[in-house]
Design a protein around this ligand. Structure first.
Ligand SMILES: *Cc1c(COP(=O)(O)O)cnc(C)c1O
Length: 271
């Protein structure tokens, strides 16, 4: 079973929409600028650009590097965020360098939306899943979703009775646990981290990632994101003897706008 959280809204979908939902429902009239940082094709960057545009406020985004082809011809999340009015600063984000006087009117968002406010929107996702479980008498089902910062998995586990399974896509398992700790001290609320078959470097191209991504389109006709989900599915298959796939609800967390550049890279490498 798959929870299609990618179909939430055309411009505001997937787990970043859930994470930033709090700000959609909050009065931001005293805020004039949103500041964040991260990679140049980040899904969080795109969703924040939508939020800034909706509220008619500035959005400043720090990123370490923008390749020349992307500057010449913007595509994907980067293109759409620029169209929404994002101002890009190439360089290291330094929270100590932000003008203190402006802090009251500036909303700082940690990379990837790893913020406590995210719990508000993720609780709504948990409630939807709980209703689905109840209506379909799926009491023993387990929930699976791949993690970056781990924010979504952590808060889902906090609000769901069913066990939440995840895997670390960005760093190792220890890094992911550290991320949980940043947001929540109660270890009873932590999701279960499944072991991966091998180590993946985030954003690097792997034949197996591309193959499983293509396979999912062919077999179930669903496009998944290419950074997290291929690792997620491989990890689920790897743990099949312990966790029966028929007993798993997989959460599709959106992010397919970022696929354009990944598809180009994969086709250049493997076609
Ligand atoms: C951001 C993102 C993730 C990771 O979410 P975290 O809450 O940071 O763990 C996973 N999948 C997709 C598609 C994403 O955009």
């Amino acid at each position: 079973m798959i929870k299609r959280d990618d179909l939430l809204h055309q411009d505001f979908n997937g787990n970043k929409a859930r994470k930033f939902y709090h700000f959609l429902e909050t009065d931001l009239s005293k805020i004039d600028t949103i500041v964040s940082y991260g990679s140049n094709q980040s899904n969080a960057m795109y969703s924040l650009s939508v939020l800034a545009k909706l509220n008619n406020i500035n959005f400043i985004y720090y990123t370490n590097h923008i390749p020349s082809f992307l500057i010449k011809e913007p595509i994907g999340n980067y293109k759409e965020a620029l169209e929404n009015g994002m101002q890009v600063i190439v360089g290291e984000y330094d929270k100590y360098n932000i003008d203190i006087q402006n802090l009251k009117t500036t909303l700082l968002i940690q990379e990837g939306g790893a913020i406590q406010e995210a719990s508000f929107g993720i609780k709504l996702l948990a409630d939807e899943i709980a209703t689905y479980i109840e209506e379909n008498h799926l009491d023993n089902i387990k929930i699976f979703l791949p993690s970056g910062t781990g924010t979504t998995a952590l808060y889902l586990q906090k609000y769901l009775k069913n066990e939440v399974l995840t895997c670390a896509c960005v760093g190792g398992d220890d890094y992911l646990k550290k991320q949980f700790l940043e947001l929540e001290s109660d270890e009873d609320n932590y999701p279960t981290i499944l072991k991966k078959e091998k180590k993946f470097h985030f954003g690097k191209l792997y034949r197996s990632n591309y193959d499983i991504w293509l396979e999912l389109i062919k077999e179930i006709n669903i496009e998944f994101d290419m950074l997290y989900d291929p690792i997620g599915w491989q990890t689920l298959f790897y743990n099949q003897d312990k966790y029966d796939l028929n007993n798993i609800l997989y959460v599709h967390q959106g992010g397919v706008k970022g696929n354009i550049t990944m598809i180009q890279r994969y086709e250049r490498k493997f076609k």
